[in-house]
Design a protein around this ligand. Structure first.
Ligand code: BGP
Length: 477
């Protein structure tokens, strides 16, 4: 048997992509709720004027505000997860349900009670919880007032939020993650850091300052969690940007190495407790002077992550040769060069199961800490047949190949892998495009990109397949 007994099979979602219930029961507005859907969403991410306009006078359709109404339907959805045999469910807490404006004198009891009930429901059905403290949102007021993580003011506010939720949910939550895809703050500053960057000349300084503030807050959260929930584990999370040198030209190999530093620098700090030499040199070269306080170093040192969680969807190739550089591929917000050996998804992401084995080895060699694959999956268009069935064999193929790669990493490479929670186990709105039609789920949700639909849930073919995978602990694929 390759997967250890107790291996955590499950699925993952995020509050702002599934809960909906905008401003319900005292909730405040969060950053994810000011972004429109469709192709324009990606442009809005990077356009400070569009963001300012949405912050001040929000008009139009904002997919996160209703999402899939998980807030009201979670009991039925969890019953379906339990039917598949989930051992763990990854979700996040929406900060603006707990502190609607980020700085409120008291936490919002109705928001806290919602997560009590959600977590109780999971536990009742034998499902453990993996909870992300911050997944691509924050109370909008914190963006308006402080420009998000650009300000140190957020550190104590985040600590207070953590203290409240760690204390409240310590009986129910066994696994925590501080920040979703912590490296993405450098790619999508609004989602990753609540940042709006008006002055391009300030971009680099603001982003790295925000990273630093978030790193200190993340380490402080780890320390707090260890004190308040001594039986829980708390991890760091990175969006894997797995790349290969396009050729064996030494310049291409070195370029690949440089890319690894970019996506791994934050995890290096979270796992080891200090800034690596290469990033200090980079700050010097770029004349980036971080505002720090004297205790920061100690906080980073004392708050290292218990495990390394990551998302993995695709890989790309890297080259310095202009002839190849033009041959771009899109990706999970960071693209690279097309790899002629790989096929792509409907959204242009290059499908690479072996890349998962490669990534598991890379991360395990680098950190020597348990790993947790907390996102993986295929965003695809599904067809509902006349009889209501959804035959998503392409999704099954994608997941099967990735699980085989995981299995080889565990069995043959000796990787300490704790669990696997495929992304969007129930269809939800896409983070990058706000679309519903980019579906990842084992469970279909009747809703379209314009927000129409009954929200009815139905089981796809992959639902029955994944149930069997879990039942056999990954032996029947
Ligand atoms: C990750 C995010 C998720 C999720 C996923 C798929 O980067 O952590 O929130 O959405 O990617 O991306 P998308 O929804 O853009 O297809």
């Amino acid at each position: 048997m390759s997967f250890p007994e107790g291996f955590l099979w499950g699925g993952a979602v995020a509050a702002n992509q599934c809960e909906g219930a905008y401003l319900t029961d005292g909730k405040g507005c969060c950053t994810a709720e000011i972004l429109h859907g469709g192709k324009g969403r990606l442009t809005e991410f990077f356009d400070p004027q569009a963001l300012r306009k949405n912050i001040e006078t929000p008009e139009g359709y904002f997919p996160s505000r209703e999402a899939i109404d998980f807030y009201r339907r979670y009991k039925d959805d969890i019953a379906l997860f339990a039917e598949m045999g989930f051992k763990v469910f990854r979700t996040s807490i929406n900060w603006s349900r707990i502190f609607p404006n980020g700085e409120d004198a008291q936490p919002n009891e109705a928001g806290l009670a919602f997560y009590d009930s959600l977590f109780d429901e999971c536990r009742k059905r034998g499902i453990e919880l993996l909870v992300t403290v911050s997944h691509y949102e924050m109370p909008l007021e914190l963006t308006k007032k402080y420009n998000g993580w650009a300000s140190r003011e957020l550190i104590p506010l985040f600590e207070r939020y953590c203290r409240v939720i760690f204390t409240r949910y310590r009986e129910n939550v066994k696994y925590w993650i501080t920040f979703n895809e912590a490296n993405m703050i450098l790619n999508i500053p609004l989602f990753g850091g609540g940042l709006v960057i008006d002055d391009p000349a300030q971009k680099q300084r603001l982003m790295y300052q925000a990273c630093h503030n978030q790193l200190v807050a993340s380490a402080a959260a780890v320390k707090l969690c260890h004190e308040i929930c001594p039986d829980a584990k708390i991890g760091a999370m990175v969006a894997a940007f797995t790349t290969y040198p396009y050729s064996c030209r030494p310049e291409d190999v070195l370029a690949k190495n440089e890319i690894d530093k970019q996506w791994l620098f934050i995890t290096d700090v979270q796992a080891r407790g200090y800034y690596p030499a290469y990033i200090k040199r980079f700050f010097e070269r770029e004349n980036i002077r971080l505002e720090t306080e004297k205790d920061d170093e100690a906080v980073l040192r004392e708050g290292t992550a218990d495990f390394i969680a990551f998302s993995y969807y695709l890989s790309a190739a890297i080259s310095t040769d202009p002839a190849h550089v033009a041959n771009k591929t899109s990706g999970n917000l960071f693209g690279g060069i097309q790899n002629p050996y790989l096929k792509t998804s409907d959204w242009g992401w290059q499908i690479d199961p072996l890349g998962l084995r490669y990534t598991l080895n890379l991360l395990y060699d680098r950190y020597q800490k348990p790993l947790f694959i907390v996102e993986n999956g295929l965003g695809a268009k599904d067809v509902v047949e006349a009889d209501g069935s959804i035959n998503d064999d392409y999704r099954i193929d994608y997941l099967r190949d990735h699980i085989k790669a995981m299995k080889a990493a565990v069995e043959e490479d000796g990787i300490d892998l704790i669990g696997y929670t495929p992304w969007g186990c129930i269809d939800l709105i896409s983070a990058s495009t706000g679309e519903m039609s980019k579906r990842y789920g084992f469970i279909h949700v009747d809703k379209d990109d314009e927000g129409n639909g009954t929200l009815t849930r139905s089981r796809k073919k992959s639902f029955y397949w994944y149930k069997c995978v879990i039942e056999s602990n990954g032996e029947k694929l």
